[in-house]
Design a protein around this ligand. Structure first.
Ligand code: NAD
Ligand code: UFG
Length: 338
């Protein structure tokens, strides 16, 4: 069993990954500055698993914080979630995105190198693929500079990590390209808790369902898709969390840098998501059709065969599970962790 540093471990995907790591018998150290999360998520992770983890409130951009972690703990590998993730906000405050996501990742890898730790799993995104590619997207397809600054930081960090591993064979790096993470732990004790108005579809739907928002705006109904609304590959956050454990195992005896898509391989339209949510949860979602959202593509879903064959990973949950679990979390926690 290994000791894993989880940066951003108090956040949505990080907290679910901590549960799976602890359940698998690993020791977990979380470094998070709580800029987009609450320590309560980690209290709940510990209550759910009956195990303890070490939490350090600190910043990946601060060498002192990182050195303190690596000097205090014998870390075997790092899962790197910490960063900012709001596409719209990244257009308003690009420097904050360059600083947290790019400088933060450089500062983290520098500290890892000082400590002699070379195993890294990085949270990337399907947004790095060139929009000209046709779904299903596979890892050999070209990437391209995304038009938004958030996506730009993900592609830059992927490229930095690739170059780092080429220059120094001690590095073993997994780039996990997430499609659309949704859902929550079955218990409903941990889940997604966005600050302010949600940017993403699923938390918006659950907030309409719980009465925090009046109605869902569906951005565009004239795309070239099954019903005119955007198609995405929604992936249950617990399946996504487990992909990190599989990637860790894969990287233990490997060298170099390799990318894997983490999606179900199945696309669902916005209307299908809304209608299925209503059906499985028995809650009505008021909605209207609105203009297309700038920067959205019609269709994006994964070819996940590389992850299935190389990582020994397999998604377990379907769209209905994702929608039931998202609602279960929101219903039990109408105001999130607060
Ligand atoms: P999140 O905001 O819930 O979690 C990120 C965590 O990092 C938060 O707890 C935040 O407080 C922490 N953090 C931010 N900047 C930090 C810093 N400088 N130092 C220390 N901690 C810091 O987001 P999430 O949805 O759990 O996403 C995790 C990762 O996955 C992010 O890198 C994100 O870009 C990536 N990702 C997310 C999605 C998605 O749709 N949720 C899709 C693709 C990729
Ligand atoms: N949508 C709506 N109404 C909303 C929110 C979203 O109709 O209120 C639609 C979007 O137009 C899109 C679909 O729902 O068709 C999914 O949108 P999300 O914002 O949930 O997800 P995206 O696919 O736009 O973005 C996600 C991640 C980003 C990542 C991007 C590309 O949130 O971090 O995938 O991989 F960059």
């Amino acid at each position: 069993m290994a000791k894993i540093l989880v940066t951003g471990g108090a956040g949505y995907i990080g907290s679910h990954t901590c549960v799976e790591l602890l359940n698998a018998g690993h020791q977990v150290v979380v470094l998070d500055n709580l800029s987009n999360s609450s320590e309560e998520s980690l209290n709940r992770v510990q209550a759910l698993t009956g195990k303890t983890l070490d939490f350090i409130q600190g910043d990946i951009r601060r060498a002192e914080d990182l050195d303190q972690v690596f000097n205090t703990h014998q870390i075997d590998a790092v899962i790197h979630f910490a960063g900012l993730k709001a596409v719209g906000e990244s257009q308003q405050i690009p420097l904050a995105y360059f600083d947290n996501n790019i400088s933060g990742s450089i500062s983290l890898t520098q500290a890892m190198q000082r400590a002699g730790v070379f195993n890294l799993v990085f949270s990337s995104s399907a947004t790095v693929y060139d929009e000209a590619n046709t779904s299903p997207l596979n890892e050999t397809m070209p990437t391209a500079m995304p038009t938004n600054n958030y996506g730009y930081t993900k592609l830059i960090v992927e490229q930095l990590l690739e170059k780092l591993s080429l220059a120094d064979p001690r590095w073993s790096i997994a780039l996990l390209r997430y499609f659309n993470p949704v859902g929550a732990h079955k218990s409903g004790r941990i889940g997604e808790d966005p600050q302010g108005i949600p940017n993403n579809l699923m938390p918006y739907i659950t907030q309409v369902a719980v009465g925090r928002r009046e109605k869902l705006s569906i951005y565009g109904n004239d795309y070239d898709t099954v019903d005119g609304t955007g198609v995405r590959d929604y992936i249950h956050v617990v399946d996504l969390a487990n992909a990190h454990l599989c990637a860790l195992t894969n990287r233990l005896n490997a060298t170099g840098c390799r990318a894997w898509n983490i999606g179900t391989g199945h696309g669902s339209s916005v209307l299908e998501v809304k209608n299925t949510f209503e059906q499985v949860n028995g809650v009505a979602i008021t909605f209207e059709f609105a203009e297309r959202r700038a920067g959205d593509v019609a269709t994006s879903y994964a070819d996940n065969s590389r992850a299935i064959s190389e990582l020994n990973w397999q998604p377990q949950y379907d769209l209905e599970d994702m929608l039931i679990d998202s609602w279960n979390w929101q219903k039990q926690n109408p105001k999130g962790y607060h």
